[in-house]
Design a protein around this ligand. Structure first.
Ligand code: SF4
Length: 324
């Protein structure tokens, strides 16, 4: 029996290089070793979304990117969170066993309050409970996370232990599978790539658009002239060469430090490598994009399969809580 993995991602629309290097590649790799459940957490998105007009489009584009990158609905369950209403039921039941103090101390809650003081909704406080419900509804044993998400998973484990203390053993305590989510900087070198920040490199860009984006990237700020020696260790472009030109890293670093190579040439090298790497993805994406119904079918089938597991869990939980 393969161990079960669960991972959820917010519907952020077209995926960018940060998503690809930090999550999607890993999702694809896990499929052979684990029974994988990948969920588009559209209900979570409502905690910060005030305009949901783009939500369906974003889900569609994101899943299209996942499938084009190699997620295989024949191997993994791929679905949207809201299509399995049992998760809302489990969220409510878990909220009865989760002390409020645990939730109020979560650092991301405090950060969100600062980010959206005009919209401090209950969902922001209850987010870790819904996240726990996402994972344990499917009795997932393994959750791929980056270092920064370990505290969230620890809270999920605490909620599970509290449920077990009150109602008896029911769920596996989900384990973190640490993934090295690389820090991909924006082309301006300042912050992590993210859809919200806009200035990103989407996987689905055309080769020329990719070149144009890479050409706008900020490099070593101390290298003002072509003849100035560069410092690759602080250069955003060089950080991406780690992934797209791993065999030429030493050579690029040497050429940069000795000013043998200019930043324009170096960026072109990177953009070319990105385009070569993404070519199969783009071809597959173009094919899938002609079949929008296929994405809908994948999500519908995923929800059906997820609900089979979810219904069993809810029945067991209700029995243990004295509701049946
Ligand atoms: S040559 Fe390349 S690594 Fe060096 S500063 Fe320019 S872009 Fe960065």
């Amino acid at each position: 029996m393969k161990r079960r993995v669960f991972s959820g991602a917010r519907p952020t629309g077209r995926q960018h290089l940060g998503n690809y290097l930090g999550a999607i590649q890993n999702y694809v790799a896990l499929q052979d070793e684990y029974e994988c459940i990948y969920c588009v957490v559209d209900v979570h998105a409502l905690t910060s979304l005030e305009n949901t007009g783009e939500l369906q489009k974003n889900i569609h584009e994101m899943v299209l990117d996942w499938l084009a990158a190699g997620l295989d609905p024949g191997k993994s369950i791929i679905f949207a969170q809201s299509h399995v209403p049992e998760v809302m039921e489990l969220h409510t039941l878990l909220s009865m066993v989760t002390p409020l103090s645990w939730l109020l101390r979560v650092p991301t809650f405090k950060e969100k309050v600062k980010l959206q003081p005009h919209n401090v909704n209950y969902g922001l406080v209850g987010y870790p409970v819904l996240m726990t419900a996402d994972i344990i509804l499917y009795k997932a044993e393994v959750v791929p996370v980056g270092e920064d998400q370990v505290p969230h998973l620890e809270l999920a484990r605490e909620i599970v232990r509290r449920f077990h203390y009150l109602f008896g053993d029911t769920f596996p305590e989900p384990e973190a599978k640490l993934t090295s989510f690389p820090l991909i900087l924006r082309p301006d070198g300042k912050e992590k790539m993210s859809k919200q920040l806009g200035n990103d490199i989407e996987l689905a860009l055309s080769p020329q658009e990719t070149i144009d984006r890479v050409m706008t990237a900020v490099t070593d700020p101390a290298r003002q002239y072509r003849s100035d020696p560069g410092h690759p260790e602080i250069c955003n472009v060089y950080s991406l060469h780690h992934f797209f030109n791993p065999l030429r890293l030493d050579e690029i670093a040497r050429q940069c430090r000795s000013a043998e190579i200019g930043c324009v040439d170096c960026k072109m090298l990177l953009a070319t490598a990105i385009n070569t790497t993404l070519q199969p993805f783009r071809e597959q994406r173009a094919k899938l994009a002609t079949k929008p119904k296929y994405i809908t079918d994948v999500l519908a089938d995923g929800a059906l399969r997820a609900r089979v597991i979810a219904r069993e869990t809810i029945k067991e939980v209700k029995q243990k809580m004295g509701l049946l």
